[in-house]
Design a protein around this ligand. Structure first.
Ligand SMILES: [Fe+2]
Length: 227
């Protein structure tokens, strides 16, 4: 199979095809089997969550699956360019830039879906609540700040990050997927504020979506991320 054809068939849902060996006619090298390809996770258990329609969630899952597929495609194409000695090219440079967008689009959605679907409130005596109070003075002050970041104009993510070097929590605005992540920090709670995350259900009422998000936070999942 020629490399171009190989890439063309790996659309959404085609990630499994990446494990097939492919033949590169230019280098005459058999491409190694890609056993490290990413696989999209199944978040269908979130369907039925209050404040999130099935249509919105299914669209969001499809979008996420596209990031997984594209992360695999970009990594595979970069590996082939490395083997073929094409690293000093504009194509290689642009694909390297693209990798951060696709990879973060994949991983941030996984954090987001995995901190949803919770039923219980934040345990005021738990490790996370204590850390929030240490860093913000109170859980109310933290929530006010997190929601304020979420209603900022623009598309992106709100992330409660743990600065593991200093031991404090900070709410960050992440522009798009790949700009603004604090180096070496641990994501604890993630909220998607791209328009696709809420417009189907809420139109321009982003604050109402944020309220629905808060009602469904899986606090145990968030707490388990603390280092
Ligand atoms: Fe999203």
């Amino acid at each position: 199979m020629r490399r171009r054809e190989f890439l063309a068939i790996t659309g959404v849902g085609g990630a499994a095809l990446l494990s097939r060996p492919a033949f590169s006619p230019k280098t005459n090298l058999m491409m190694e089997e890609n056993t490290m390809a990413y696989t999209a996770k199944d978040y269908s258990q979130l369907i039925g969550m209050a404040g999130f329609s099935e249509t919105l969630l299914k669209n969001h899952f499809t979008l996420y699956q596209g990031y997984v597929t594209n992360t695999n495609k970009v990594l595979d194409a970069l590996a082939a360019m490395l083997k073929e000695g094409k690293t000093a090219t504009p194509e290689y440079a642009e694909l390297k830039r693209r990798l951060g967008w696709e990879f973060d689009g994949m991983r941030l959605h996984e954090y987001y879906f995995e901190n949803l679907g919770g039923k219980a409130a934040l345990d005021p005596n738990g490790k996370l609540a204590k850390k929030i109070v240490e860093s913000f003075g109170s859980t109310e002050a933290w929530e006010k700040d997190f929601k304020a970041v979420g209603t900022m104009r623009g598309i992106g993510w709100v992330v409660l990050y743990e600065d593991t070097a200093a031991g404090r929590l900070i709410n960050f605005w992440i522009n798009e997927h790949d700009a603004g992540h604090p180096a070496g920090c641990q994501p604890v709670l993630i909220m998607d504020v791209f328009e696709h995350a809420f417009m189907i259900d809420y139109g321009l009422k982003r604050a109402d979506y944020i309220e629905a998000f808060f009602k469904n936070i899986d606090w145990k999942a968030a707490e388990a991320r603390l280092k």
